[in-house]
Design a protein around this ligand. Sequence first.
Ligand code: ZN
Length: 422
Amino acid sequence: MNSSPTYLRGAQDAAIARAKREWQCIADALPQLLCLVDKHGQVIRTNLTVERWSIGPVREVLGLDLHNLLHRNCSDDCPLRDALIGAWRSLPESDRSEFELLDEALGMAVKVEMKLMPEETTAARDKSASYAVCIVSDITQLRLAQENQRILNQELETRVRERTQELSTAVRGLRAEVTRRELAESSLRNSRNELSLLSEQLMKAQESERKRIAQDLHDAVGQSLSAIKYSLERAILMLASPHLGNPVNVIGKAVEHVQNTIDEVRTISENLRPALLDGLGAVSAIRWLCREWGEVFSAIQIEINLHVTDADIEEPIGTALFRSVQEALNNVARHSKATRVAISIGKESDQLRVDIADNGMGFDQDNGALRRGRGLSGLRERTANTGGQFSLTSYPGGGTHLSLLWPLHTDVNPGAIVLCAS
Ligand SMILES: [Zn+2]
């Protein structure tokens, strides 16, 4: 440089001055506070941000250290001062250091970056002769935005958690509903199957009843009518041919057969539905039924305890009660091989309670075929249809105990009627 001609040195100085102004313009335009610090830690250059931040004019802050520039008249007990000292001391090792701090004195959040600039004129890299560039950025808005973002994320997570919880609850509810419907469908299927079975049994029972009536008509009424026909034909012959004898005895025999036929028809009719049931009531009909049954099945001792009267039992419970006892006695006669059966009908709270127990051979009540063979589904159905409950206890060798319960809505006369027949 020294060897350059004078006219050239003037042009070079002008170019250098212009370059300095241009760089100063660029530095002043930046929003960050820029400081060039010498090896003693004193600020030797800075930009106009010191004035925009109301720290003071540029010329007044030159020569201060960075802490005194940022905090005028600050005490020693200062977080910014401690952070600056720490960053400055770590510079020779790492060449750069930075930290962030919420500074109350400046009223902003700041980020401080320091970079070591070795002096290029030294031949070897001499850190003791270095400058450092310090950039102080106002990151208050960034911090606020980050804090807002954090709050938003937290709210979003809370809402996602709540929504997930709601969905989980809804899914549990749906699963429970699906299970409930599956159970209901299964129950409906079972009911349909039972209904179908019951319908089949009802038809079989009706057919069996028809056969029995046909047999009774053929055996009893048919034979009597044949005898009457024969007697009357014989009487006609005797009237036409007096030498055959007097027809009076033959006609008298025919009248006897007619009387027998009337009795047979009444018996068949009463077996179908006893007149007592309509005339007096269920208790009287059951008493008659037990007496008749006891006479027919005299090998089985029957014990009856009736603690209710005809007036206590209204229809349709009366008919259901009579048919249930009739069916139960039929079962005892046909299947039980019992020597004793006890029937008890009485009140329990506001319920009509019926117990029919025998000392017969019993059966495995889990065996569906045996249950069907005893018409138990029909018994259960008839009881349920009239608002009652049915329960049965039986096991092989242990007899059978049938219990029926119907709600009673009227006051019952507690007078006990005890009737024993054998
Ligand atoms: Zn301070």
